[in-house]
Design a protein around this ligand. Structure first.
Ligand code: PSU
Ligand code: MN
Length: 303
């Protein structure tokens, strides 16, 4: 298995010294945001984490190996190629064996982070149960991964294009704890409040770390969701985002968009329909998540 993983020098050094490391995904770079904002954001997110004293490890698949930590050039390649596969659990073997370029989703990144010995992972918003899932069966593999892989995913809630209530029900069924920080409720990606309560609120990273230790020391395998809301000034107006999301969903249905193409299609349409403002919100929330994730990784590393 070790041959399948390739650590960058800075990540290997951080690991050898027992320093805090934060995993980052790459689907958000290759499929979640347009070039060049995607690459700029990826670098800025890494800088936020470094600035707080932790080491970022962006994860992707390249040349038949899982890469843990990417150089600036590799981030550029990933963000600009337009050809990276979207890699979830089912896709990982194909992209590794085929030797191509792969951008890992939340599910894919959780698997790789766990293999690399990392416990904290920052993304924008997790995937979940799509609206209308009772007929489409579209439920993100992210949820199933959270049920089994022991990594804490720091996010601004689940993407607002989803059915948030059903997403939380699914997580509850699978025993995935949903923690919140900075507010009682689960965040709603482009807006702060989903209207649903998180299971436990811990504002202090030491409390968050204490929860994770207690869970995993007991052998209770599986992930944890830590939600934190988009900063006030960067949030979208709720009515506007709701209306535009419905329009984007209608367009996806009319054009027959299905499977792994759904989420990238919706994010791109929402960006266009908001005149780019949703992208600014997405960038702001990811950077804020990176702060929360770095503080948590530091608290965990202090032991
Ligand atoms: N967060 C973002 N933008 C994104 C994603 C998350 O701010 O593009 C990606 C993640 O990689 C997540 C994926 O795993 O969207 C969900 O895709 P799907 O619904 O097809 O499982
Ligand atoms: Mn899906």
């Amino acid at each position: 298995m070790k041959d399948r993983l390739a650590f960058s020098a800075p990540v290997a050094a951080a690991q050898a010294e027992g320093r805090a490391i934060v995993a980052l995904e790459s689907t958000i770079i290759a499929h979640g945001m347009p070039y060049p904002e995607n690459v700029r954001t990826a670098r800025e997110v890494e800088a936020v984490i470094r600035g707080l004293g932790a080491e970022p490890a962006t994860i992707a698949v390249m040349g038949g190996r899982i890469r843990i930590g990417l150089s600036d050039e590799e981030l550029e390649l990933l963000g600009r190629s337009g050809e990276a596969a979207k890699v979830s659990r089912r896709d990982l073997p194909a992209v590794l064996a085929g030797g191509g370029l792969g951008a890992t989703t939340v599910a894919g990144t959780m698997i790789c982070a766990a293999l690399a010995g990392m416990r904290v992972f920052v993304t924008g918003g997790i995937g979940g149960v799509h609206r209308g899932a009772e007929t489409s069966f579209d439920i993100s593999a992210d949820l199933q991964e959270l049920a089994k892989t022991s990594v804490c995913v720091v996010c601004a809630g689940a993407k607002s294009v989803l059915d948030i209530g059903l997403t939380l029900e699914y997580l509850e069924t699978h025993g995935v704890p949903v923690l919140s920080c900075e507010q009682d409720n689960f965040a709603a990606f482009y807006t702060r409040d989903s209207g649903f309560r998180a299971d436990y609120r811990y504002d202090d990273p030491r409390e968050q770390a204490g929860f994770l230790r207690a869970k995993w020391e007991l052998g209770l395998e599986g992930g944890v969701v830590l939600s934190t809301p988009v900063p006030e000034g960067a949030a979208m107006p709720r009515e506007e985002i709701d209306r535009i999301t419905r329009q984007a969903l209608d367009e996806a249905a009319a054009q027959g968009v299905v499977g792994k193409a759904v989420t990238p299609f919706l994010l791109a349409r929402i960006k266009a329909l908001t005149g780019g403002r949703s992208l600014a919100t997405n960038i702001a929330l990811v950077k804020h998540n990176a702060e929360v994730g770095a503080r948590l990784a530091l608290a965990l590393a202090r032991g």
